[in-house]
Design a protein around this ligand. Structure first.
Ligand code: GLU
Length: 304
């Protein structure tokens, strides 16, 4: 079974390379099948640290339980994706989370994944439902009142996903009167709701539901981070495209308990180390890089 999956993955990566080349390599596509599984690419192996001693209440709790609980998304191809058949998680955020967990002394099989959608992240983190969270989570001052952030480890920007044959939406200036879907509790939803855009808003809990409405012609566009939208476009390149004009800054952070400064510093150091030693770039190339998001060096880490 395992072997067969590996073979299928190898075929998938071949198909992927072929189609990316066929399109001139600009918009790497993943064919028509749901992709987003980092399985097809070479990903780094993370060294699991031993005897980690930190004065972090979160870590101590996790060490006692012998598992670390990580919050993530499950429906964002190439970022945070769960294969419904195998329950396997893949994507850029999933790999970043595994890398950080290994530095805390937890191997992949000591991770308990918790799917946490955008609207309930602050509650899940502050109530201790998850030990930390990695899921396209924009760092901002409003959220910092409730949670802590390590990062940023990536910079995205809000963009628009439209149907391939739509030539009427060319950027944020052309959404007036259009039906635009976005996600409860997300920053791009707050942005698109501003009266200056004049859009008719549909608010849903999951990105995949917005994308379904777009394909079914119930809405005209989906707005959120370009990195997320490119993943959906790569999954369904015959029907969907990203407009390609980002209009906000969305720096991604690792969410954690607001008062656990020791853990925050440990994550910041780990990110710094793995950006330097090339692990970060390898993760990127094996996940997000496959969906057509071009590599850019991560923004400077913030210490506060
Ligand atoms: N990065 C944005 C946010 O944190 C949008 C993506 C998301 O909902 O996770 O709100």
């Amino acid at each position: 079974m395992k072997l067969r999956r590996t073979a299928a993955a190898a075929i998938a990566v071949l198909a992927l390379t072929a189609s990316a080349t066929a399109c001139g390599g600009k918009e790497g596509t993943a064919g028509d099948k749901p992709a987003g599984t980092g399985k097809s690419a070479k990903l780094p192996k993370y060294t699991v640290a031993k005897d980690v001693k930190l004065d972090s209440p979160t870590l101590k709790k996790a060490q006692k339980r012998g598992k670390i609980v990580i919050g993530s998304k499950a429906d964002q191809p190439f970022l945070g994706f769960e294969d419904q058949a195998t329950q396997e998680r893949s994507g850029f955020d999933v790999e970043i989370a595994k890398m950080l967990a290994a530095d805390l002394g937890f191997s992949a099989d000591q991770i308990e994944w918790e799917t946490v959608d955008s609207g309930v992240r602050e509650t899940a983190i502050s109530k201790g439902k998850v030990d930390f969270y990695v899921g396209t989570y924009t760092i901002n001052d409003e959220r910092k009142k409730q949670v802590g952030f390590a990062g940023p480890y990536y910079k995205a920007g809000a963009d628009l996903l439209v149907r391939k044959d739509d030539t009427s939406i060319k950027g944020k200036e052309s959404v007036k009167g259009k039906k635009v879907c976005s996600i409860v509790g997300s920053t791009p939803l707050q942005e698109i709701k501003k009266p200056e855009y004049g859009a008719k808003i549909t608010e849903l809990a999951k990105y995949s539901d917005c994308v379904k409405q777009l394909v079914d012609q119930q809405v005209d566009a989906v707005t959120t981070d370009d990195a997320i939208l490119k993943g959906f476009a790569a999954q369904n390149p015959k029907k969907l495209k990203v407009v390609g004009k980002p209009f906000t800054d969305e720096p991604y952070g690792v969410g954690l308990n607001k008062d656990d400064k020791v853990l925050r510093e440990a994550f910041t150091k780990a990110l710094e180390k793995h950006i330097k030693d090339g692990t970060y770039k390898k993760i990127y190339d094996g996940t997000l890089g496959l969906s057509g998001s071009e590599y850019a060096a991560p923004p400077a880490l913030e210490r506060y």
